[in-house]
Design a protein around this ligand. Structure first.
Ligand code: PAD
Ligand code: ZN
Ligand code: ZN
Length: 374
């Protein structure tokens, strides 16, 4: 029996308020309105950004369905949708590509104005498609994937190769694309260069993969959790540093180890002190440092402007600089052609109802990516 045009009742992980746990509930998912599609989620990864939203470090409206790194199948489409049809395998896009805003029109930008970075929690018409126990439940980052079904705007989802394995390519919905693109697109790492990556989660390891594909000859991986080092080496790090083994800042340690020659540094943690240390770690004139970690909301950063005055470049990056609807299908094709491997990044695969265990693995530093399957 077709579900098109009808409300679907299904299971979703709802977070009812700040610092509240994930609660598996029966929710109602309304049919897609004009220029929207309803997606059956097949697999979804757990990202630090979801955890940040539960603790207030990333804006979100509660109650909310979090999750933004997924693969799914189009269940039905709303009026006016022309680029997708039921049955298409897709990746929902936390950074949409509307095609019309200044960021979409510029060849130098991937920042689509439709991105919900401020936690609006609603779709274009200002309403949500989810309800639970008679109350509206908000969307998250244009996607909301911790649910069996979600509704997203046409510009916030892209069709991919039907043969792509869902429990792997969901990582293209955030961690892999972000990290890999930070190295390839944002820093534009050059062959033979020296790179340093602060933070070895799913994002940091993907940065290492990007640095390696770009031909970097020295990739220094930094984390306070030494259990991450084996994975870092497996994806291409040439050496690893634990800040806990030193009393001085890592920028000083790197200067000594490299003869002051680090070209590219990346912060993939989301802490203000490591953003400054990563900046100070690259060469004072020709160095480039990229902030990839989410800055904690409502905080300010002070730094010595001399760090920039001498010529360093300090950049940020959203979703690895990819124009999502144009570029993700090509990245998935590169994966299918074995240009890179995601196996090292996926440490755990759990059924969706074990979502709390997935977050506990992340917070205990035991996982890189946990993928939840439905
Ligand atoms: P994660 O928590 O899996 O990895 C972070 C790593 O940093 C862990 O291995 C920690 O042990 C390590 N760490 C913590 N403190 C320190 C420290 N002081 N020094 C060195 N290492 C430390 O997170 P993730 O890989 O999922 O995400 C990393 C960040 O990137 C996080 O802030 C997330 O919100 C952000 C992100 N940004 C974008 C974007 O578009 N810019 C996209 C996705 C994620
Ligand atoms: Zn993410
Ligand atoms: Zn746009």
């Amino acid at each position: 029996m077709s579900t098109s045009g009808k409300v679907i009742k299904c299971k979703a992980a709802v977070v009812w308020g700040l610092k509240q746990p994930f609660s598996i509930e029966e929710v109602e998912v309304a049919p897609p309105k004009a220029y929207e599609v309803r997606v059956k989620i097949l697999a979804t990864g757990i990202c630090r950004t979801d955890n940040n939203a539960t603790i207030g470090a990333m804006p979100a409206k509660f109650p909310v369905i979090l999750g933004h790194e997924a693969t799914g199948i189009i269940e039905s489409i709303g009026e006016g949708v022309t680029t997708l049809k039921p049955g298409d395998k897709v990746i929902p896009l936390p950074v949409p590509q509307c095609g019309f805003c200044p960021g979409c029109i510029s060849p130098h930008s991937n920042y689509c104005e439709k991105i919900d970075i401020i936690g609006r929690g609603v779709l274009a018409d200002g309403t949500s498609r989810f309800t639970c126990k008679g109350k509206p439940v908000y969307h998250f980052m244009n996607t909301s994937t911790f649910t069996e079904y979600t509704v997203v705007e046409e510009c916030a989802v892209v069709k991919i190769d039907a043969a792509a394995p869902p429990e792997k390519v969901c990582l293209f919905g955030c961690a892999f694309s972000t990290g890999y693109g930070a190295a390839i697109n944002t820093a534009k790492v050059t062959p033979g260069s020296t790179c340093a990556v602060f933070g070895l989660g799913g994002v940091g390891l993907s940065i290492i993969i990007g640095c390696k594909v770009a031909g970097a000859s020295r990739i220094i991986a930094i984390d306070i959790n030494p259990r991450k080092f084996e994975k870092a080496k497996a994806v291409g790090a040439t050496e690893c540093i634990n800040p806990k083994d030193y009393t001085k800042p890592i920028s000083e340690v790197l200067k000594e180890k490299t003869g002051n020659s680090v070209e590219y540094t990346f912060e993939a943690i989301g802490h203000l002190d490591t953003m400054i240390d990563a900046l100070a770690s690259c060469h004072k004139n020709y160095g480039t440092s990229v902030v990839v970690g989410d800055p904690p909301s409502s905080t300010m950063l002070t730094y010595d402007p001399m760090l920039l005055f001498t010529g360093r470049t300090w950049k940020g990056c959203i979703f690895g600089g990819w124009k999502t609807r144009n570029d993700l299908p090509k990245l998935v094709s590169d994966f299918m052609a074995k240009k890179f491997d995601l196996d090292q990044l996926i440490t755990h695969v759990l059924p969706f109802n074990k979502i709390k265990d997935g977050f506990s693995l992340l917070n205990k530093g035991e996982s890189i990516r946990t993928v939840l399957t439905f």
